[in-house]
Design a protein around this ligand. Structure first.
Ligand code: ASP
Ligand code: MG
Length: 403
C-alpha cells in the first residue's frame, strides 16, 4: 500500500462530467489499496474570471483582498469533488489550505509555503478518508488567506507530498507527460519516460509550461518523485526524479525555447571596474530581471555589453539604458525585440564532449545565425532571430535524435 498525492488541474475539473471522471480515477486508486490525498485547481477559466472581476472594481486592487477572492475558485472544486466521491461510495473530506495549516509568508499573490502541519490530514487518511485539499492557497501567521502564484496548485501538491512523505506525487493535466519539445513545433516530439529534477527545472524555466517552477524546486529539495500524467488517457506519463548512477541517460533530453525574450546592447562603454554594476544595478532597481549577459573584451579602452530581458520589460529597459549610456558616456544603445532563446538540455551533457559544437553545426547547416550563447553544466542556450525559432528547434531535435 502506498500513499499517493494526486493533483488535478483546471482543465481536468473543468465541468461536472470531468469532476466525476476525477472522482472515478481517485476511487480506482483507492480500490487498488492506496491512500489518496487529492489537490485540485479551480475549474478551468475561473481564476481568470475572478481576476477580471477584481480589475473591474479597481485595477489597483488590494493584494490581500485579491487572495481572498482568488482562493474561492479552488474552494468550489474541493467541495464538488468531495461530493462526487461520496456519491460513488468513497468517503471523502475537503479542506481549504488554511484548514490543513499550509502556512505561508505574507507575500500576497506570490506567497511561499514555510510549513505544513499534516497531523489532521494523516488522521483522516488513517480513518479511511480521501482527503481533498484546495491547491494554490495557504494562510499566513496572522491568519490571512494567501495564494501561491499562478499554477500554484502544483506546488501545494508537491509540498503536501513532501510533508506526508508520500510515495509519489501525480500531476494530472491535459497532456500525457513531458515531451522532448513542444509537439506543436515538432510533431514527432516524444513523451519522456524519465527526467531528472535538474532537467525538469531547466525545461520549466525555459518555457515548457507543464509544471510551476517552484513545485519542481520543492520536489528536488525534498526528493519527492513527481509523475506528470493525462487525466483523459491511460499511460505512465513522465516520472521526474533524482538522478541515480544506474540511470542510463541520453546526452540530450529535450529542446526548450522561450519566445518572451528581448536583447539590449550598450556600445562603446568605458572599460573600467564597476561598469557591469553601473549598467545592471539601475536595471535591477527597476525590477527588471536580466537573463543572459555578455561583455566583450575591450579593444580600445571601451567595450560592448549585451543582455536579455523579458519582452514585456523591453521598453522600460531600453529607456533606462539610454539614460545610463548618457551618464557613462557610452557611444550608443541598440535593442532587438524579435529574438528567441532556444536551448538543449540534458544531464548526459556532463559526460560528453562535443555537444556544443554539434549544436552549432546543426544551426549553421540551416543558415541560422547565433546572436548569443550561454552554457551551464546541463544546458546550452542560444539566442536567434525569432523567425528561426521553429527551424532551430526542429534542427536540434533532429540533430540529437530525439524523435
Ligand atoms: N487556479 C490557479 C491558476 O489558475 C492555480 C492553479 O491552477 O494551479 O493559476
Ligand atoms: Mg497548471
Amino acid at each position: 500500500m502506498a500513499l499517493i498525492v494526486q493533483k488535478y488541474g483546471g482543465t481536468s475539473v473543468g465541468d461536472i462530467d470531468r469532476i466525476t471522471n476525477v472522482a472515478n480515477k481517485v476511487a480506482k486508486t483507492r480500490k487498488n489499496g492506496h491512500d489518496v490525498l487529492v489537490v485540485v485547481s479551480a475549474m478551468r477559466g475561473e481564476t481568470n474570471r475572478l481576476l477580471t472581476l477584481a480589475n473591474e472594481i479597481d485595477a489597483r486592487h488590494s493584494p490581500r483582498e485579491l487572495d481572498v477572492l482568488l482562493s474561492t475558485g479552488e474552494q468550489v472544486t474541493i467541495a464538488l469533488l468531495a461530493m462526487a466521491l461520496q456519491k460513488i461510495g468513497c468517503p471523502a473530506r475537503s479542506y481549504t489550505g488554511g484548514q490543513v495549516h499550509i502556512l505561508t509568508d505574507s507575500a500576497h499573490t506570490k506567497a511561499r509555503i514555510v510549513d505544513i502541519d499534516a497531523a489532521r490530514v494523516r488522521q483522516d487518511l488513517a480513518d479511511g478518508q480521501v482527503v481533498v485539499v484546495a491547491g494554490f492557497q495557504g494562510i499566513d501567521e496572522s491568519g490571512n488567506i494567501t495564494t501561491l502564484g499562478r499554477g500554484g496548485s502544483d506546488t501545494t501538491a508537491v509540498a503536501l507530498a513532501a510533508a506526508l512523505n508520500a510515495d509519489e506525487c501525480q500531476i494530472y493535466t491535459d497532456v500525457d507527460g513531458v515531451y522532448t519539445t513542444d509537439p506543436r513545433v515538432v510533431p514527432e516530439a516524444r513523451r519522456l519516460d524519465l527526467l531528472t529534477y535538474e532537467e525538469m527545472l531547466e525545461m520549466a524555466s525555459l518555457g515548457a509550461k507543464v509544471l510551476q517552477l517552484r513545485s519542481v524546486e520543492f520536489a528536488s529539495k525534498y526528493n519527492v518523485p513527481v509523475r506528470v500524467l493525462s487525466s483523459f488517457e491511460e499511460g505512465d506519463g513522465t516520472l521526474i526524479t533524482v538522478e541515480d548512477e544506474e540511470m542510463e541517460r541520453p546526452v540530450i533530453s529535450g529542446v526548450a525555447f522561450n519566445r518572451d525574450e528581448a536583447k539590449l546592447t550598450i556600445l562603446g562603454v568605458p572599460d573600467r571596474p564597476g561598469i557591469a554594476f553601473n549598467i545592471l544595478g539601475p536595471i535591477a532597481d527597476e525590477n527588471i530581471e536580466v537573463d543572459m549577459i555578455i561583455q566583450n573584451v575591450a579593444e580600445d579602452s571601451t567595450t560592448d555589453f549585451t543582455f536579455t530581458v523579458h519582452r514585456n520589460d523591453y521598453e522600460k529597459a531600453l529607456d533606462r539604458l539610454q539614460r545610463i549610456a548618457k551618464e557613462l558616456g557610452a557611444r550608443e544603445v541598440i535593442g532587438d525585440k524579435r529574438i528567441v532563446k532556444v536551448s538543449i538540455i540534458g544531464v548526459g551533457m556532463r559526460s560528453h564532449a562535443g555537444v556544443a559544437s554539434a549544436m552549432f553545426k546543426a544551426l549553421s547547416d540551416e543558415g541560422i545565425n547565433i546572436q548569443m550563447i550561454s552554457t551551464s553544466e546541463i544546458k546550452i542556450s542560444v539566442v536567434v532571430d525569432e523567425k528561426y525559432l521553429e527551424l532551430s528547434v526542429r534542427a536540434l531535435h533532429n540533430e540529437f535524435n530525439l524523435a
